[in-house]
Design a protein around this ligand. Sequence first.
Ligand code: CAA
Length: 283
Amino acid sequence: MGIQKVMVIGAGQMGSGIAQVCAMSGYDVLLHDLKEEYVEKGLGTITKNLSRQVEKGKLPAEDKEATLSRLAASTDLNQAKDVDLVIEAAIENMEIKTKLFAQLDEIAPKHVILATNTSSLPITEIAAATKRPEKVIGMHFMNPVPVMKLVEIIRGLATADDVYEEIEEMAKSLSKVPVEVNDFPGFVANRILMPMINEAVYTLYEGVATKEAIDDVMKLGMNHPMGPLTLADFIGLDTCLYIMETLHDGLGDDKYRPCPLLRKYVKAGWLGKKSGRGFYEYS
Ligand code: CAA
């Protein structure tokens, strides 16, 4: 019968983006979060994104309405009993994720694949919290989800080949480009991206150049769409620090030590764009 109905857990920046692309591609989507207000905020972001596309003439108004009609709100995890795929995009915390996957394993029918959008936590460990580790897989979307083409598809140690293939097809049906990756800390995207961002923070910390100069070098010299410090603010400095710590702990190599300046900013609550201040200020 294949995948028709998808439950997305977590209505934040990533979860709402994933829900949007799934609904735009014809899937029925349940967007789930702990509180109704969180889900409403996520649905509001999706509506705003779609309206912008309509205003620009890039999306017919009826497609916007059709997409919105395929989206429903959920605050009851038991609704996982009626879906074909769960994509979890909750907070990056192993304890929360393993608890969630153990619950989902109890609720969702046996055929349901449980995917996680974790950006760096081990898929194998999340899978071990369930009795269906062969049906647990990583599906790592990039931010902003509606724009970025890549989905890293991460095989846990026990992930079955047919599950990998089904998720690869599903990612293609979202007009994304799936890339196969094995389960190691940070996978590929963050194994490479985060040390670059961390090095940019060290470059600032050591006074090699100003933040604007560092960003200009990478934008104008390497054709990156955003400089690394702007990108760090966009991703969230707490997320960057968390991923660096995951690389440091998981790979045991000091080359992944987070820059003290990154720690200091996070301690100050300067988390980037979402908190109004990071390396730059946002109104
Ligand atoms: N949601 C939806 N659409 C968005 C958006 C958002 N948050 N931000 C921008 N867009 C859309 C715009 O509507 C516009 O669409 P159209 O082309 O259809 O008109 C398009 O993206 C381009 O936007 P802008 O012209 O406003 O701005 P831009 O050209 O500067 O592009 C950007 C913005 C796409 C974010 C670009 O700066 C970029 O690619 N930055 C790098 C992003 C990146 O590296 N992401 C990966 C982060 S790492 C990660 O996600 C992994 C992790 O685990 C941490």
